[in-house]
Design a protein around this ligand. Sequence first.
Ligand SMILES: NC(=O)c1ccc[n+]([C@@H]2O[C@H](COP(=O)([O-])OP(=O)(O)OC[C@H]3O[C@@H](n4cnc5c(N)ncnc54)[C@H](OP(=O)(O)O)[C@@H]3O)[C@@H](O)[C@H]2O)c1
Length: 326
Amino acid sequence: MRNVKLGELSVSALGLGCMSMSQAYGPPDAQESERTLHRALDIGVTFLDTANAYGVGHNEELIGRVLSSRRDEFVLATKFGIVKHPDGKRGIDGRPEFVAERCEESLRRLNTDVIDLYYLHRLDPNVPIEETVGAMGRLVEAGKVRHLGLSEISSKTLRKAHAVHPITAVQSEYSLWTRDPESHVLPTCRELGIGFVPFSPLGRAMLTGAITNDDSLSKDDLRANMPRFMGENFTRNYAVVQKFLKFAERKGASGAQISLAWLLAQGDGIAPIPGTKHVNFLEEDMAGVDVELNDKDLKFLDELFAIDNIVGHRYPAALQQSIDSD
Ligand SMILES: NC(=O)c1ccc[n+]([C@@H]2O[C@H](COP(=O)([O-])OP(=O)(O)OC[C@H]3O[C@@H](n4cnc5c(N)ncnc54)[C@H](OP(=O)(O)O)[C@@H]3O)[C@@H](O)[C@H]2O)c1
């Protein structure tokens, strides 16, 4: 697998998102997840993405347990800032006095002495970004963390943060059906020499064609409450996806592969992190790095996924509120 640069950090052009090994899309499968983690490294996927929030520590522990003997083979990215309160409610905590503690907990679970890329998962609306990033910068000085990142951040916040400590990467949702970063954040990353890591690059599986019916999602599946996956919205979005899958077939590739090739074609400094807990999906997805799209293909895809062809917010209202958007 070729590498790309996120700022000064070199990572495999496609990384592996580990979230679904612990939560979100169907029941976890420990054995298959372990096989997937090893297989990723074996085929040259050397950029792994996790967060302390995924499975409330479970995901970091999994990586720490399974890959500690191979720690020097991959770039490890994790995040802090999303918390689960004792009553089960979700909160955001970017208070500077707790950043070092969160980092120590992650290091312990990950079974490592350094995190390569440490992200703030969401902006804490009650804490100036300068203060949170100031505390993160002190982790770099202490050698606990190598690079800093921010997730779902506006371009304005990014500029403020970057003035306090160099930011290596922004991680936000970006895919054929989610184009929000194109207006402000992506141009700002390019201007400042900051890398971009698209999360949910497969549209949470929608772009693979694996979800054919909104009724098929179980109640505890995160997507069951996402407006794009519900009722009439799903039907309209699925009609676009069906045309997309026909295009993929004509190109001799899968929907997942075209989705990833399209992201890689958006410019330098972009490293998508498709998520899976299955070896067969991993192998299929990572072959997307070799799929080439010409100008005609890119034009076709832009027109097919024109902004008003996709309907419904990406998050339910309560979660959408926690996004720091431009
Ligand atoms: N910063 C943030 O706020 C944030 C938010 C969300 C995600 N993320 C990160 O981004 C990563 C990727 O995003 P994501 O997992 O939300 O969405 P995604 O990568 O767009 O899609 C993942 C889903 O697609 C399925 N899948 C993968 N390859 C497939 C294939 N070839 N055919 C059929 N289905 C396939 C997976 O199934 P299985 O899981 O069953 O294998 C999973 O359900 C996460 O793992 C996480 O690390 C970050």
